[in-house]
Write a new protein. Structure first.
Length: 645
């Protein structure tokens, strides 16, 4: 008997399923989850609404106060005094005025008056920016009591300010009168001291240059400068005369210069006449003519006279220049001596005049204080602040009709919204705590399988078909425990496989399916372009990674059956010592590559260009692995799985 013709029997016992028995469909409003949410929502809503509506309504009344005296009609408004406003705000909400207000209210009304600390907590003041106005507010549960409180408090504040101003005016006037008397005496004493100092040190004027000592010093200095200039001029004149004498030039006194010039001009004319005669006549002829002979004789006399004047003039001019120089020098020396002698007197006067100016400055300061004090006294007497109000109520308070808080409608809406979110959080917490216990519980069953296939491939196919049990059979088979492998596990699996198994794993990690791998032909491999040309139902070009190219080169033949390829993966899984090796198959490896691409931000719609056609349901299932919601194209990510680099 041919043993291959006998049926093959598998007995499956204690087979656990990861899925429970199918549950009947229940309407959403009748589900346990909705009931849990509704219960949580109602409980939280009740708590929130009770908190919202148990709070009392708070009313507000307010009044506006001007904390300074109103400006006169013909005067500009006063500048804002932040410090004054802050002080008045503390006074009006202070313990003293609150106690006075409580006493007044007790005599005006029979209602129960809150204690001073409670009233203090009810009062709020807020300065109006850049003004002397203060807004005083009272907040509380009784809308009728608040206006009464504020009106009484402002009246007490006005009385307090009137008394305070009267006392302050009296005290200030007394202090200013004392200061004024003291300053009067001080000013008179300082004036007497200044007059005595002027008489003692001969200071006639408050102008520095108008006093005799400095005027004389200035005159001596000017005279000395003039004498020095005259000395320089005389010295230059003397040097010029000496230089002219040494050079043989004509030097005469200033009074003879014109006479000498006339003689030289006449001599020049005669020379020209003599020269003309000598050209026209002979010397013998000139001697015989008296009128012609006289011309050379005149020239000789004039030249002798010029020579005499020049000889005599050199001595006179030199003596005159020397006399002028020595006189100028003596005058300059005398003036310099007088200036030096007078410097000590001028220095002493300058020092005394500085003291005089200091006394004048002291007197000016005393007189300034004197006038300021006098002006302040006059202002106090004229203004009479104690007779006029220093506080003005701009806006009287009124009874509020509506509370300022709480906003019950808004707060109730917030409470309901928070209750809704808390209800969702409770459902999430319940699901989170029950997730592990629910997900791992499944049905337990035992049954037998009979297969009649005649070859191992067909037998494997019948086994796969038998594993796909329908839900109406009331039992399910355990799903894959391993959904994907990380890079370390994948490297361990690849190292444990033989050459054919490594080729299968490398192909799956490059985007090929089992069917595409077993039908891969040599003409589909572009080694130079490093691409694989995939044909069939999902034609595409994918990158030929270095790891896949290496396995294709090393492998003698490619597995040509899907069952054989699956068997190679199963053997490698058991040899790799990875946990749950029976769950590692081609789908797990393919899913690991897909999630590797998606985690880099690869666009889901572009997956088919790498891994082939994918159903919409499967594609949607991978959306949980996306990290970049915008998605990246293929040229911006690494398509090569790390173990294939």
């Amino acid at each position: 008997m041919d043993h291959n013709q006998l049926p093959h029997i598998d007995i499956v016992t204690d087979q656990r399923s990861a899925l429970a028995y199918p549950q009947p469909e229940v309407a959403w409003y009748a589900s346990l989850r909705f009931k849990q949410f509704l219960a949580s929502f109602l409980v939280f809503s009740l708590i929130g609404l009770v908190y919202v509506y148990q709070r009392p309504a708070i009313y507000q009344s307010k009044v506006a106060l001007l904390t300074v005296a109103p400006s006169a009609v013909d005067q500009p408004g006063q500048e804002a005094n932040i410090q004054h406003v802050a002080i008045q705000g503390n006074i009006i909400t202070g313990q003293k005025l609150i106690e006075l207000t409580r006493e007044t209210l007790s005599s005006l009304t029979s209602i129960s008056i809150p204690s001073a600390p409670v009233i203090h907590d009810m009062l709020f003041f807020e300065p109006v920016a850049d003004t002397n106005l203060v807004e005083l507010r009272a907040e509380g549960e009784d809308p009728e009591f608040l206006p009464l409180l504020l009106n009484t408090l402002t009246e007490q504040y006005q009385l307090y300010r009137r008394e305070q101003i009267a006392v302050a005016t009296a005290e200030t006037s007394s202090a200013l009168n004392d200061q004024f008397s003291t300053l009067t005496v001080k000013v008179e004493q300082k004036r007497d001291e200044l007059n005595q100092f002027r008489s003692k040190h001969n200071i006639l004027s408050v102008g520095r240059d108008e006093n005799q000592v400095l005027t004389r010093l200035k005159g001596l200095t000017d005279s000395l400068n003039t004498a020095n200039e005259a000395e320089v001029i005389a010295s230059a004149r003397l040097r010029a005369v000496k230089s002219a004498i040494n050079k043989g030039e004509a030097v005469v006194p200033d009074g003879d210069e014109r006479t000498l010039a006339n003689l030289e001009a006449r001599a020049q004319e005669l020379r020209e006449e003599v020269s003309e005669l000598e050209k026209r006549y002979t010397p013998q002829y000139i001697e015989l003519q008296p009128n012609l002979k006289n011309i050379p004789e005149q020239l000789t006399k004039i030249e002798e006279k010029i020579a005499g004047m020049k000889g005599k003039g050199r001595g006179v001019a030199l003596a005159e220049a020397e006399e002028n120089y020595y006189a100028a020098r003596q005058v300059a020396a005398e003036l310099e001596r007088q200036v030096e002698d007078y410097k000590d007197t001028a220095t002493e006067f300058t020092r005394r005049f500085a003291e005089h100016e200091a006394l004048i400055e002291e007197l000016a300061q005393l007189e300034l204080l004197y006038r300021e004090t006098q002006d302040r006294l006059i202002q106090i007497e004229v203004q009479q602040r104690e007779k006029y109000p220093q506080v003005e109520v701009f806006e009287r308070t009124y009874q509020a009709n509506q509370p300022i808080r709480p906003d019950y409608t808004r707060d109730a809406g917030i409470a309901l919204l928070v209750s809704f979110l808390l209800g969702l959080a409770i459902i999430w917490l319940i699901e989170f705590l029950n997730r592990d216990g629910k997900s791992m519980q499944g049905g337990v069953g035992s049954w037998s399988r009979i297969y009649t296939a005649n070859n191992p491939a067909a037998l494997l196919g019948q086994r796969e078909t038998a594993n796909k049990l329908e839900f109406n059979q009331q039992l399910v088979i355990e799903n894959h425990a391993v959904s994907e492998l990380d890079v370390g596990d994948m490297e361990q699996l690849l190292n444990a496989a033989n050459k054919e198994g490594q080729l299968v794993i490398a192909g799956l990690l490059s985007g090929l399916t089992i069917e595409e791998l077993i039908t891969l032909a040599p003409d589909q491999i572009d080694r130079e372009g490093q691409q694989l040309s995939i044909t069939g139902s999902s034609p595409r070009n994918i990158q030929l990674s270095p790891g896949l190219l290496k396995r294709i080169t090393e492998c003698e033949e490619i597995p040509n059956e899907a069952a054989e390829a699956e068997a190679l993966i199963t053997c490698a899984a058991f040899d790799s010592a990875l946990p749950d090796p029976e769950t590692i198959d081609a789908e797990v490896i393919r899913r690991s590559y897909i999630t590797y691409l998606i985690r880099q931000g690869f666009q889901l719609r572009e997956l088919k260009t790498i891994i082939g056609s994918v159903s919409a349901q499967e594609l949607a299932g991978y959306s949980a692995y996306t990290v970049d919601r915008t998605g990246k194209p293929a040229d911006e990510i690494n398509l090569v799985y790390p173990v294939l680099i």
